[in-house]
Design a protein around this ligand. Sequence first.
Ligand code: SAM
Length: 213
Amino acid sequence: MRQRYKPWADDFLENNNHIVLGSPYENKGDWKSIFGNDNPVHIEIGTGKGQFIVGMAKQFPNINFVGIELEKSVIVTAAQKVLDSGLDNIALLNENAENIQEIFADNEVATIYLNFSDPWPKNRHEKRRLTFHTFLKQYQAILEPTGEIVFKTDNKGLFEYSLVSFSKFGLIVEEVRLDLHEYEDPLNVMTEYEEKFSAKGQPIYRCRASFSM
Ligand code: SAM
């Protein structure tokens, strides 16, 4: 994701700390009270500029969405979209997903979306891939027993790697789509990257996987 230095980002985030939460570690185990209801919590890791999470939150008002994005210069764009939407079922975190178990308690999350995650193609960077086994171990802990991971990418290499990683970890792969846009799916919410790559005619891969039957 292209990042530009945005000198106003710190002020913007401070003024909008009801959207980009400043102390997410304090909310561990308490996300239902943050949203003020008992609705399920879905999270997106690597939210980017926020098109997916805002689209999903509009489509599913009875689900609470938390977007996690590492880059400050990117999350400000997502935060502006949340502000413009007026939706109150979205929170954003400017955090590294490496710390996800510090943010969510065991069984606190119903679904994890990984959308167009950075592929990190070099072997020596394998551990940075969001589908590396150290991440899967953390996802297993924070997901409800019936929870699932939904993963979309344009990157065939990362998709194949992730299917193998899921399978080695003992995840059950529930669905695999090798060309998501082959058929119209009115429920599919496109991310910024998905729009860009599918407009070029590239296939979009998607799978859903869970830790138990
Ligand atoms: N999901 C968006 C989309 O599909 O348009 C953005 C995709 S972009 C290729 C990947 C995003 O994931 C970047 O914005 C990057 O900063 C973020 N990211 C990468 N590793 C991350 C991590 N460990 N924790 C949180 N965000 C991460």
